[in-house]
Design a protein around this ligand. Structure first.
Ligand SMILES: [Fe+2]
Length: 618
């Protein structure tokens, strides 16, 4: 038996172990939402006569702008280096808005996290001495007014010293941030956007037509949800923010390759119309069509703030760079896949608006197809394959509502989509994919349903690495993949001759040889002629979230590794020639590439395990 001292020592060791494990988990998850560092529910009132915050201008977006800069002037008689300014929206964020989760517990003084924050001395280094400062922040139109609060006590013990005047966009309800996505049919484009107009106030629609031709109007459906749809905190508590209304319209019977223009509209019941600006897109090619087709793929981009508000300091430095490179090259991109870990809101809902604003130039112009990641979906007891808390209580609701994907059921995030000579099968790694599951059946059906003479380029996409990765996170566990990944799926990749499988989740870039069952099936590195005999696996998770470390262990199958931010681009020149490129987000230049050259008959020929054994035997 242990004495008292012994017991205490065991307890102490246990506590140290738990703390270490918690730190390790945080380091590994790469998912800390900066807003979660603020202990908003501990906030206290410390209003001070000499403390002030003034915001100007007070009316934003008078000419229809959806983002505007605001200047803050602030001061206090008792400055400190950890004073900070929180941006709140709605502007009234007092205890009166607190939601009583539990009637026996008094609601806190404050119960909504700010939508962004910045330290008071960020652009005023003399603040500590003079107690006066200036700060410029960028705000986007997200359906509510804004106020700015000066806090002392750092992020962990916030004390509200002063509150600003209110600032608002002239029409906070305006339709904003359209994102287009391929529909269930090749000749259908969906337009999804956000507004403050519910179905009781207005009818949403898209006015659209071929560029220079006649326009028609297509109706849009409207979705929203309330706090009780969230599965837990912070999404249900301090991170909750009214999501407004999310509309989707289906533009049908498009002419292949034609450029269309469109505008978002709301017809108010008093007869007045509210319009967005005009956008355009090019309709997708007919499946199998022979023309150059360019696809960009990355994961884990997240969002970042142009005003440098330090919510993402040291977290997602790459995000704005990736966004910038894609916008600059948009004339040479036909479709984008963001394969999971979309904005790392992690239960702070305001971040979804800010993300859709960041990618608007891309997503309003080319189909922006998403996959589901752990930071969108995972939550204990909600049917996710992993029972962790990475979604911050969102449990998939935000991703499934804010973006359209051509799934049968939005909650089951697997789908297929065609783009000309490409056929894509997109898996949902946050749901079970093993043999015998519904998703496994879908994956097999998707891979089997392609006519390789017309669509030679068969691409498998998923968030977590089901194939091969040299991430230290996997190597430490003695695997080079998500457990049960390739064990379950490599038979299918081989049988249906998947050319390339691309993943996110691990925040770096890596490319393997063509591989099957851990063995390279070809020796070349940059130009593959004829059949691959295996599948090339790529990690493209360097979209923007903080980078993942590689193991120092060298494998035979890893051909190229880059510990940096970047994305990949596939260019199909025709049915026989495909170019794969990896570009860095910092300069948009190509740092790795390979080519596939072959005839479609090369794919039909049998290779190891790709045809039933009976066929080989005969
Ligand atoms: Fe992830």
């Amino acid at each position: 038996m242990l004495g008292n001292v012994g017991m205490r020592r065991v307890k102490l060791n246990l506590v140290i172990l738990l703390v270490l494990l918690a730190i390790l988990k945080e380091v590994r998850s790469h998912g800390e939402q900066p807003l979660s560092r603020i202990a908003i529910d501990k906030a206290a009132f410390a209003l001070h006569d000499l403390a002030y915050v003034k915001a100007s201008p007070t009316i934003l977006g008078a000419r229809g702008e959806r983002a505007e800069w605001v200047t803050l002037e602030f001061g206090t008689s008792n400055p400190s280096i950890d004073d900070w300014i929180g941006v709140f929206s709605p502007a009234n964020f007092s205890a009166t808005t607190c939601y009583g989760e539990n009637p026996r517990v008094n609601p806190p003084f404050l119960c909504s996290a700010p939508i962004k924050y910045q330290y008071a001395n960020y652009s005023s280094p003399e603040y500590k001495v003079t107690g006066k400062g200036l700060l410029q922040l960028q705000l986007i139109n997200q359906r509510s007014d804004f106020s700015f609060a000066l806090f002392s006590g750092g992020l962990s013990n916030p004390k509200l010293m002063a509150l600003s005047n209110h600032v608002a966009f002239s029409n906070p309800n305006a339709p904003v941030y359209p994102r287009i996505a391929q529909g269930k049919l090749w000749n259908e484009m969906t337009v999804t956007w956000t507004s403050g107009y519910g179905i009781d106030e207005a009818e949403p629609f898209v006015e659209w037509g071929p560029k220079g031709g006649d326009s028609i109007r297509s109706p849009a459906g409207t979705l929203t949800f309330d706090r009780t749809s969230m599965c837990g905190a912070p999404a249900r508590t301090v991170g909750w923010r009214d999501p407004g209304f999310i509309h989707t319209s289906f533009l049908k019977e498009l002419w292949p390759n034609r450029v269309y223009t469109y505008k978002l509209g709301h017809r108010l019941y008093n007869g007045r119309y509210v319009w967005s600006q005009k956008y355009h897109f090019r309709a997708s090619p007919y499946p199998g069509q022979n023309s150059p087709q360019r696809v960009v793929i990355f994961g884990d981009m997240g969002k970042d703030e142009a005003d440098g508000s330090n919510e993402y300091n040291n977290f997602q430095q790459g995000s704005l760079n990736t966004t910038k490179q894609l916008i600059q090259d948009l004339n040479n991109i036909d479709i984008v896949f963001h394969i999971g870990d979309i904005c790392y809101a992690n239960g702070y809902l305001s971040q979804w608006d800010q993300f859709t604003a960041q990618v608007e130039p891309i997503a309003s112009t080319v189909p922006y197809m998403i996959a589901s990641g752990n930071h969108e979906r995972d939550w204990p007891g909600t049917g996710s394959f992993y029972g962790n808390m990475d979604s911050g209580g969102e449990c998939g609701v935000l991703a499934e509502t804010m973006f359209y994907v051509p799934t049968q059921i939005r909650a089951k995030f697997w789908y297929s989509t065609d783009y000309g000579m490409f056929h894509f099968c997109i898996a949902d790694t946050e749901h079970d994919w093993r043999e015998g599951t519904e998703q496994y059946k879908f994956i097999e059906k998707c891979l089997a349903s392609v006519d390789r003479q017309k669509q030679p380029w068969l691409i498998f996409l998923a968030h977590r690495v089901l194939g091969y990765s040299s991430c230290i996170c996997y190597a430490e566990e003695g695997s080079f993949e998500e457990p049960m990944g390739r064990e379950s799926l490599q038979k299918l990749w081989q049988k249906y001759k998947v050319d390339i499988a691309i993943y996110g989740h691990v925040h770096n870039y890596e490319r393997t040889c063509p591989i099957y069952q851990n063995k390279c099936t070809r020796d070349e590195k940059h130009h593959y002629k004829g059949t691959l005999n295996g599948t090339i696996h790529v990690v493209a998770g360097g979209g923007g979230a903080s980078l993942s470390t590689f193991t120092t262990f060298q494998t035979k199958w890893s051909l190229f590794k880059d510990h940096d931010y970047g994305f990949v681009k596939l260019t199909a020149f025709d049915h026989s020639n495909l170019l794969f490129e990896y570009k860095k987000s910092s300069d948009g230049k190509v740092y790795d590439s390979f080519r596939l050259s072959r005839d479609y008959r090369d794919i039909l020929a049998c290779t190891v395990d790709s045809c039933p054994s009976m066929t080989l035997a005969s």
